[in-house]
Design a protein around this ligand. Sequence first.
Ligand SMILES: Nc1ncnc2c1ncn2[C@@H]1O[C@H](COP(=O)(O)OP(=O)(O)OP(=O)(O)O)[C@@H](O)[C@H]1O
Ligand SMILES: [Mg+2]
Length: 380
Amino acid sequence: MSIAVSLVGSDDRDFVAKLRERGFRAASVALSELEAAHPMGSKGPDAFVFDVRGLSRLPREIGQAKRQFPSAGIVIVAKALDPTEMLEAMRMGVNEWVAEPLQIAEVDAAIHRVARVTARPMMGKTIAVLGAKGGVGSTSVAVNLATALRAASGQPTLLMDLHLAHGDAAVFFGVDPHISVLDAIENIHRLDETYFKGLVTTTKAGPDLLGSSNRPLQGGVEAMRVRSLIEFAATAYRYVVLDCPRSDATMIEAIDAASTVVVVANQELATLRSASRIANDLRMRCGADRVKLALSRFDPLSDIRQADVERVLGGPVKYVFPSDYRTAVAALNRGEPLVVEPRSRLAESFEEFARDVAGLPARPKETAKAGLFGLLGGRR
Ligand SMILES: Nc1ncnc2c1ncn2[C@@H]1O[C@H](COP(=O)(O)OP(=O)(O)OP(=O)(O)O)[C@@H](O)[C@H]1O
Ligand SMILES: [Mg+2]
């Protein structure tokens, strides 16, 4: 089926005809009619092309379109490449920017890049985990989520370490992969299921791992390549969990392909400041529904309570993981995710998290299974 494109706010009469000549199902919509043309709850186009050449600033309707149709790609056609406006556009969730002199082939290529997200069959659920500050426990959350998802659902699950160099997810699984996420990105054109299976490392805990590289990163990588990799992984696995670096704009752009983004914070002021900024940016980019808040190393006696956190972050905290340093570090030193040894409250909280993500019913509180011996055996 051809790609459905909504050309918004264009004074250029030939533009829509040129898009149709290129094989797109294109319709021209005035800015003021955007809402009427694409009402809430409708399917929406595969891509929006906002023609802003006649405007003095970016219209707020861009953000509105992104929030309402988070999986539709957005291309801007502008007079020039203006870095300030481009940055603002990126924050609004724009994926591509094409400037004058306008080449229809360039617009065509940009639409194909952004519309791929919806045009491609996706079966897996992708959960991106992002720490609001260093050391909050986001890799612990990602690794244990992947392990618990695999165990609870029995479905193929992949943990992808998106720290392109020197990430530590492999350490949590006690493995030392020789092929990394960087190799996958560099060979993106070769990706098929067999090749991909050769890139991942199987782990004793259950999930497959596409780990980080030990070689330093030369230059940057294009967000589109990372995004293609994530999309590809979601066609091969039921669940794909991404351990994401927080301060990498390319990665933030790439995790647009995720179904859910979990921002991990804790009860420290500095972390909360950063979490608030990150959560707001992500809500603008991906739509508020896809962004969930989690509290790691939760201390019920802290001066900062859950309600305070929710006020600062502007939304409910969906997942809470208790503080239990001894259990966390012991598992790390054993080289296995802590949910493999399910006798702690922390492991239970990761399991509940996974069951919620997978849409499985919560496990009934099992007094029988734990029993008195279970309690004596270290149930915290
Ligand atoms: N719930 C918890 N309670 C206590 N300690 C924890 C908890 N979760 C993780 N830790 C410990 O905190 C440390 C940092 O955890 P982790 O590596 O998961 O954080 P991170 O956010 O991924 O850090 P980085 O920014 O380096 O990537 C580790 O020693 C880990 O064992
Ligand atoms: Mg980490």
